[in-house]
Design a protein around this ligand. Structure first.
Ligand code: M6R
Length: 612
């Protein structure tokens, strides 16, 4: 949520910041702004809308903006509607200090009341402006920018990743984090701050991850870090591996389409070097040191949000069917506040593409606090969940830029399958059975490639239903979460109301919605409950609902029952979701394109949800 980038060095930072903002735009895109320090002045330039609007407004100014010290922000609104005024950066009362902020200052009202009494005047509806004023007030007292930031932060509740500049200090940037990621980029005679690596990877691959409660002071020559209480901290400079092509569209019209099409490779990458096909086994380095605890686990709890939560629901089937370990799945946002009964012999898996989702992170911390082993299934390397968990597995899907999660989901399912197979073998599954499962997993990338070749039917369905008002998605067993995911994808990017339901549950309510205008998507592979799902499908047919079926290639019966059939290759039931979800991703994509919505940056959403 919100993107942050800042620069101090010898170059003109304006293009660096604008390019960085464009790379960060997937994190939030309702307004954007820059603050630049030059010749003893601090200029702030901001605009509602996407970064392109900011660029246009800067282009229309007379003269060229230049500076060697500046910061930029792209916003996902929390406090105050998205407009020019509420866009970041925000001034302090003296207009000498500017702040950009990612997160929420929870006690901003109380601080604002006090500052108003002291004569401050505010011009925005944001919590960030209050923080800027508080820093300014502290600066008046102590005369040192870094100390002022530390003192101000010691008075705030909530979460923040911030960058602070002052016109009185053209030689430094102050940054701090609590709950929202901040990394420092280390260069030669120049340094950077960013909310994620994508913003600075063109300039440096040497990074330092700030921890919660840390403050950094950067100059052109170097940086130092400390706690809010001014205790020096030692940091390790890490090298990030990042392929720039991964964050570019590479000829595709949208990142989402690129990422959907990357899945044969990303599913393979999730297994690479881990799946030992001939031994029917799996080797996962990040879990070796916790294997004892995993094997003696009384139960597995999976906690996550959104698409990652859907992966968790499929994971429940996979862990119970393959590894025979009782598994429960919880929304992270619910888990964290309901005082859950967690024991030291429970293992919690948190699943997160970004590794930064505030609710998921809090759920993990809560389970750890109660003594459980907390493990991460995470995509973004070096993210907070990856660093704070007791162990875990990266899904290695590469950067996912489209706000609608696609390749991360299938990679999460692949990794869950690997973990389940590894545990099953340790718990007595025969080598023969292990080899059969491993061979099937190995075949999935090619099967995904096959099904991605046939998009004509999906495009035709999108054209037919692009004006629909509602959609129902139905599936059973491991494909019930696929139905949920299909519905979520459609809602997110095409703004059509859609619901996912267990197919048999439909008759307990949603069946009232069925008429000749209602498209109903059935995920109906030829598995053990195929006939049961067909009965549910007949119930829809009897009420003249319009049926779209996602069915196996060798299912001939379905032609006579569904108006449209999308074919998917056959696999084992519990691996089916990895393939069955792909046509649903494509369907939502082509529906959104047909309706002309903003596929990669749908309204109101942001890629990484770092606020509660
Ligand atoms: O980064 P995470 O996997 O933790 O994100 C969780 C959800 O915010 C995310 O899956 C969201 O639902 C996506 N927009 C779904 O496409």
């Amino acid at each position: 949520m919100c993107g942050i980038v800042a620069y101090i060095g010898e170059k003109n930072c304006v293009p660096i910041l604008l390019e960085g903002l464009q790379r960060l735009e997937y994190r939030g895109y309702d307004s954007a702004g820059l603050a630049l320090v030059k010749d003893g002045e601090l200029g702030v330039y901001k605009k509602a809308g996407k970064v392109a609007e900011l660029v246009r407004s800067l282009d229309s100014m007379n003269g060229t903006l230049e500076s060697t010290l500046g910061m930029g922000h792209t916003r996902w609104a929390t406090h105050g509607e998205p407009n020019d005024v509420n866009a970041h950066p925000h001034w302090d009362n003296s207009k000498e200090i500017a702040v950009i902020h990612n997160g929420i200052i929870e006690n901003y009202q109380a601080i604002k009341t006090k500052l108003l009494q002291d004569g401050h005047t505010f011009s925005t509806a944001t919590d960030t402006e209050v923080l800027a004023h508080l820093i300014g007030a502290m600066y008046e007292k102590v005369g040192d920018l870094c100390s002022a930031v530390r003192l101000a932060l010691s008075e705030v509740d909530g979460t923040y990743g911030i960058v602070v500049l002052s016109k009185r200090h053209p030689d430094r940037i102050i940054a701090a984090r609590k709950g929202s990621p901040i990394i420092l980029g280390v260069g030669e005679g120049e340094n950077f701050v960013a909310s994620d690596a994508a913003a600075i990877v063109d300039h440096t691959r040497q990074v330092v991850y700030l921890e919660d409660g840390e403050v950094a002071e950067l100059t052109r020559e170097g940086f130092r870090t400390m706690t809010i209480d001014d205790v020096r901290t030692e940091k390790v400079i890490e090298e990030i591996t990042f392929d720039i092509s991964q964050i570019e569209r590479g000829g595709y019209e949208h990142f989402m389409l690129k990422e959907i099409n990357e899945q044969p490779e990303t599913i393979r990458d999730a297994m690479r070097g881990r799946l030992l096909v001939d031994e029917g086994d799996v080797m996962l380095g990040g879990l070796q040191h916790v294997m004892g605890r995993l094997l003696s686990a009384r139960r597995i709890i999976i906690s996550a949000c959104g698409t990652s939560w859907h992966a968790g629901l499929v994971g429940e089937y996979i862990f119970e069917q393959i590894a025979k370990i009782p598994t429960e799945v919880e929304y992270a946002s619910e888990f964290r506040y309901r005082n859950p009964l967690v024991n030291i012999d429970d293992v919690l898996f948190v699943i997160s593409q970004s590794g930064e989702t505030a609710d998921t992170l809090a759920a993990m911390r809560e389970a750890k606090r109660k003594g459980a082993t907390a493990l991460g299934i995470v995509n973004v390397v070096g993210s907070t969940i990856a660093r704070e968990s007791d162990g875990g597995v990266y899904v290695h899907a590469g950067p996912e830029i489209g706000v609608a999660s696609t390749k991360a989901f299938t990679s999460q399912l692949t990794v869950i399958s690997l973990i389940a197979l590894m545990l099953a073998r340790q718990r007595g599954m025969t080598k023969e059975d292990g080899v059969a499962l491993a061979r099937e997993l190995e075949s999935l990338p090619e099967k995904a490639r096959q099904l991605l070749k046939n998009t004509e039917m999906i495009k035709a369905i999108a054209e037919e239903f692009k004006n629909a008002k509602n959609f129902l998605y139905l599936g059973r067993g491991a494909n019930f979460p696929v139905a949920l995911e299909g519905a979520l994808k459609l809602k997110e990017i095409s703004y059509i109301h859609a619901e996912g339901y267990p197919a048999a549950e439909m008759k307990h309510g949603p069946i009232a919605l069925i008429d000749e205008n209602m498209p109903v998507v059935f995920v109906v592979p030829k598995d053990a409950i195929y006939e049961k799902v067909i009965s549910n499908l007949e119930e829809v047919r009897a009420r003249r609902g319009r049926i779209i079926a996602v069915a196996n290639e060798d299912d001939h019966e379905i032609e006579g029952l569904a108006e449209f059939v999308i074919r998917v290759p056959r696999t084992y039931g519990f691996f089916g979701p990895i393939l069955n979800v792909i046509p649903l991703q494509l369907l939502s994509y082509y529906m959104a394109v047909a309706r002309g919505t903003d596929v990669d940056q749908p309204r109101n959403l942001a890629k990484s949800v770092t606020v509660e």
